[in-house]
Design a binder for this molecule. Sequence first.
Ligand SMILES: [Zn+2]
Ligand SMILES: [Zn+2]
Length: 253
Amino acid sequence: MNIEVLGCSGGIGHGLKTTTFLLDETLLVDAGTGIELLTMEQMLKVQDVVITHAHIDHIIGLPLMLATIYDQHTHPINVYALPAVIDALQQHIFNWTIWPDYTCLPENKPIIHLHRVETGSELTLQNKQIRVLPAEHPTPTAGYLIMDDSSSFAFTGDSGCNDALWPLLNKYNPDLLIIDVSFTDEVDELARLSGHLTPSHLTHQLAQFQHKDTRIMITHLKPGFEDTIMQQCRKLLPEWQIDRLHHRDLIQL
Ligand SMILES: [Zn+2]
Ligand SMILES: [Zn+2]
């Protein structure tokens, strides 16, 4: 599996894009401002999009991409998310006020199809099995475990402490875990309230994870605090392989 990291920051600014991963050129996991890095040709290859939650940093690229490829696309794009997220997209984005309702445009062959998935369910997209993982965030949120014949990776979505996740990851033993550590230990309360991890929270969470050979990559870091977050993670967790994710990383599993 090839994972192109198009965005992995907790904010924007020069050199920073929000959550967007492109898998094997056709499957997007979240659609943040990282979509900007795709060429027209690349956008036209996207077939499926799985969305973790409706926060704007994870969806803003989707309506803009649809408008961009609208008169050149040759196949519909299938979007998968929790029911509350699909409802939010319909009510708050594709409502003719914020953006046109692409679920009925063009009239006879809409450019997107929206699909509701539940936590715990599995779907097959192209050659991949995708399991919808639980997440803890102030709005309904899912993570995803994505597996093909030879590799697997798990993405937590935005999530704070999430004890329901670890028995699943212990069972499936992903090759790579991309996990949200947005804040430093100094702002513990802010992290709890906003549903993100700190390095100390990560330490408590990883105490429940059995697979020390899994590569762990940190995402969604708050701009300006990236180095401090990584220093705190490495100090607290010297026995784990922990790296910071950067946009434009190309990960081959
Ligand atoms: Zn969020
Ligand atoms: Zn986010």
